[in-house]
Design a protein around this ligand. Structure first.
Ligand code: GAL
Length: 369
């Protein structure tokens, strides 16, 4: 009995000591010698601008969170590589030269960026991989659960088909081959689709480009025949837009489109879901990912290791490093039936953003008001 009591006291003590340590970092600002604790700069490198999520959600959320965690003293430095490896390399070099305190890196090419990650580390700058698992000596990885994204997409296809069977021919249009997430999305989808349907054609899409996805779809329609395609796995929304254009060009009317998946809950995709052109998207609650990344970056810079560890409790391996501390955030399917409970409830879009004049009637039909 006594032993237990001592153990409890001991653990309470270590907890409160830990608490002191955490507070210590920000209390430093009241010291005679001012510390740089809140006066920090976090570099934010995003991969591309074709998809709207990075500029519309990820970056603004990170920026606001860094400010709120640092009494409005912390800054962010933003750069978007527009899908170019060379551009991202030089943007990262610039941040290293400027001696930012930490870099949040969403890589264009997770393999080719590894030497820059190493350079940053050598310059004493921690690197947290954001959304895509960069290779090299990163300090942590903050992302959504990418395999789950693919599973949610794959499951939506089998649900849409009702009684899916191997006679159902599916076209699979995957994301960029240099983005490790694309492989995980594909793996997740295959977990659901393998053995249940026939994958009649499969493509990877350089740079996630919608026009390339459209060209793939045109090819698939020629190969399989427009009325033989039971569903299309599209890895994200921007590509789904291109895929629908290919069907339209082949003379398929909107009401005859097969179920088409997506990802990112872009406004145009949510509108296509309302009108029935696109079957679903994966809603990734951006605040969950972006705020966790900001918190991890600030904790790292301020030396609050315990908090950093608590924020990154999952473990993940990259092709170059093992047991990387990670945080993987969960995702949900967005279909016609849960628009209000997802993007509207989270304040991503207002009903009036979605239900513009062209979509008013369709919104009424599904009771979105
Ligand atoms: C992925 C990301 C997706 C999507 C895609 C295209 O890495 O997880 O949300 O944005 O890139 O850029």
């Amino acid at each position: 009995m006594r032993r237990i009591a001592i153990a409890v006291v001991a653990s309470t003590m270590s907890l409160s000591l830990a608490g002191c340590g955490m507070l210590g970092a920000s209390e430093g600002s009241s010291d005679a010698t001012p510390t740089r604790t809140d006066d920090i700069t976090i570099g934010v490198l995003m991969p591309e601008a074709t998809n709207t999520r990075y500029a519309e959600f990820d970056y603004p959320i990170i920026k606001a969170k860094v400010a709120s965690l640092t009494n409005n003293k912390g800054k962010t430095e933003y750069a978007n590589a527009e899908n170019s490896v060379a551009q991202q390399n030089s943007q990262m070099q610039k941040m290293i030269d400027q001696k930012v305190d930490c870099i949040l890196l969403d890589a264009v090419d997770s393999h080719k960026i590894a030497s820059m990650v190493k350079k940053a580390k050598e310059a004493g700058i921690p690197v947290i991989a954001y959304d895509r698992l960069a290779e090299g000596p990163i300090d942590a990885y903050v992302s959504f659960d990418n395999e789950l994204v693919g599973e949610v997409q794959g499951r939506s296809i089998t649900e849409a088909l009702g009684t899916a069977d191997t006679a159902d021919e599916i076209v699979m249009i995957n994301g960029s081959p240099t983005d490790p997430n694309a492989a995980q999305f594909k793996q997740g989808a295959m977990n659901e689709l393998s053995g249940r349907v026939t994958i009649a054609a499969t493509y990877d899409t350089d740079g996630w480009k919608p026009e390339i996805a459209q060209a793939h779809m045109t090819q698939a329609i020629q190969k399989i025949g427009k009325s033989n395609i039971a569903a299309v796995y599209s890895a994200n929304d921007a590509m789904a837009g291109g895929i629908i254009k290919a069907f339209e060009a082949a003379g398929v009317s909107d009401s005859d489109l097969p179920p088409i998946t997506g990802q990112d809950a872009e406004l145009a995709a949510v509108q296509r879901i309302v009108s029935g052109e696109q079957y679903m998207t994966v809603y990734k609650p951006y605040a969950g990912e972006a705020e966790a990344a900001a918190e991890a970056a600030v904790a790292k810079v301020q030396g609050r290791e315990l908090q950093f560890e608590a924020l990154t409790r999952d473990k993940i391996d990259s092709p170059t490093n093992k047991d990387i501390p990670a945080k993987l955030v969960t995702v949900v399917a967005l279909t016609r039936s849960n628009i209000k409970k997802t993007v509207v409830a989270d304040g991503i879009y207002k009903v009036s953003d979605i239900c513009t004049a062209a979509y008013k009637q369709a919104c009424n039909t599904i009771g979105l008001k």
